[in-house]
Design a protein around this ligand. Sequence first.
Ligand code: FAD
Length: 452
Amino acid sequence: VPNLLWLRQDLRLHDQPALVAASHEGPVIPVYILDDDAPGPWAIGGAQRWWLHHSLAALDVRLKAKHSRLILRRGKTVDVLQQLLDETGAGQIHAIRHYEPWWRKAEDALADRIVLHDGNRLARIEDVTTGAGTPFKVFSSFWKALQSHLPPPEPLAVPRAIHAPASWPASDALADWRLLPHKPDWATRFAEDWIPGEAEALGKAKDWPKEVAAYDRRRNLPSEEGTSRLSPHLHHGEVSSATIYHALGHDAASAAFLRELAWRDFTAGVLLALPDYGSVNGRRRYDALPWRDDADAQHDLKAWQQGRTGYPIVDAGMRQLWATGWMHNRVRMITASFLVKHLLIDWRAGERWFWDCLIDADYGNNSVNWQWVAGTGVDANMFGRIMAPLGQSEKFDAADYIRDWVPELSGLSDTTIHDPDAHGVRPRGYPAKIVGHREGRERALAAAATLR
Ligand code: FAD
């Protein structure tokens, strides 16, 4: 009797416990289902569809090298899996556990046929809890507690053989899913920066230990390539965080990096406690915050999305996001803070834009970070602590980064490029600030004051 291997954000053969378990038991039918209904507004975003197309194609190649293949189906997940169980006579479904609320619902609906495996996190998130047995809402406490669950198990090898079923069920053709943009193809630049798929993910995980020693010093500098750029690979599960963990030495040099890597585990815990975190304020008192949402605010939102705010660091970040599907973490914080505080626009509008534009868009990571920056979250900055974008730009030496992404400013010096207006050197063609720093700050503080 064959078993189904239900693949989601775990598109790999290496360290794939669901695959290992299924192959031990007999023939395996690997399945990926494109379901735009179950996640509702969180259906996979535009940039991520580009990634998914290439990642699925790469996975199919790897499976074929093992005389297996990837079956593609489209529709409501639970119905499609039931249908496949009937069609193939499969006994069980093996899958890696995920924490998005729509996946947990599907897992519950299939409870009598599904076997769930851990394997996408550094530890089993359900086990990393407070003394009272509830998930952590504050990262630093989560991180402390996580230590006692490390190291994660050694990565599992790719099964020597993946047995094929006597006959294969029908599969959609990947091209028919039309995951790639066409007319206009806004993703032309993506392929210069990224190679989706497990081979590249494993290669990066292997090379990263050579760079990790400089991580703590460089990670906040957008002008340098000081971070791992593993996020889209991790989101799609092309490499497990345990594999990355075991590739590193366990010294001070790796410690700063592991602490960041643990954030994605923390966000999974937040989702266990608060599954609606992508749309509901962690602190409900912020429900009454008077966000701007008139025509002016719409205009400002557009300017932010298009990188035309007149704040060079913000515009550089938003343009990097559009062109490459990724943005440096420091700049994600600056751009997000600018939208929420300086423009007083609801964090959910920014979260949605990131969701559509990021190749690493991740329900837990995106919502937890947006709520953290906005100050609406359970583990949060205060709303009233307002980041100064121009000061950040100078402090973290973003001049070269701005030159790369805002060519209108490429002729400006290291001192004037952060705030061309203040130095009287703003070139024609580059917009004036859409809101002054002090004006934006005061408007945000006044809005927060109405909550008292
Ligand atoms: P590295 O610094 O090399 O970190 C290694 C890995 O650790 C990352 O790949 C990621 O998986 C994890 N990680 C690091 N920092 C964080 C963090 N703060 N939260 C969660 N995981 C983290 N990350 C996403 O993966 N998806 C998102 O949708 C996402 N949205 C964000 C939205 C905002 C407003 C902010 C401020 C941050 C967001 N992040 C998100 C977190 C972070 O910016 C990215 O994970 C990071 O920039 C990815 O680059 P890297 O792989 O080079 O990171």
